[in-house]
Ligand binder design. Sequence first.
Ligand SMILES: [Fe+2]
Length: 286
Amino acid sequence: MLHCKPLHPLFAAEVVGVDLRQVHEPAALAAIRHAMDRYAVLVFRNQPFSDDEQVAFATRFDGRLHAQTSLSALGANRFGNEALTDISSVRANGELAELADRRRLSILSNRLWHTDASFVDPAGRYSLLSGRVVPEVRADTEFADMRSAWDALDEADKQRFQSLRVFHSIVHSRQTIGFDFSPEEAARLPGAVHPLVRTIPASGRRSLYLASHASHIIDWPIPEGRLQLLDLIEHATQPQFVYRHIWQPNDLVIWDNRATMHRGRPFDDTRYRRELRRTTTLDIGT
Ligand SMILES: [Fe+2]
């Protein structure tokens, strides 16, 4: 039985008294997935994962890991494992990244509201983000509950949106902030089509599936679809749908990418060291 302390009226909880490195039993892993279906974001404090332990836990939690990341398109990461995404303010040599460093500029786009790996098929399911080095200044991550955002739409809008499909491209989302992939890099990131409205199988709840990567609505004129997506993102990220996570060292935060969006908040990353490691599972099976 997990002990969950709610962190927000609608979603997000802290789980206390669990060392995830020791969680191997199928029933215990299923209990965490069950809590994910309720809360969509779970915070575990004091989880001092090594890289190998994090990859191992993510794999036994939910199977296959996402490795076709945007950062992998920029070249190999410093861990030699693209399933371990390096969301850090440092370069491969461990020094702070400079202002114009391309990996840094690509990571900056995490400040746009998004859901991980919506630009591949199968898309991302759970992300597990480990806070290895946390700066002394605030560098929060915000989450929005896309199930509550769906629930709050009126019936006419629900009817209008429920069958729509959306093209997701990380090349598009990077372009919106003026970051361009080379043609060779972009060829590794072709994008994917997903429904605008998803049903989370275990809970049966419906969710708006949005992201900065959402480029346009299939079969709609591009400007009209893009404006509709911007309107929906504005709706879904109203304060009542948002939980703000304040990082402590060795936090492990797990979120359901089918049910939430998230964004990083700004901090002076050219001055303060921050090292996060992300593993994201793929939405395969139930
Ligand atoms: Fe992300």
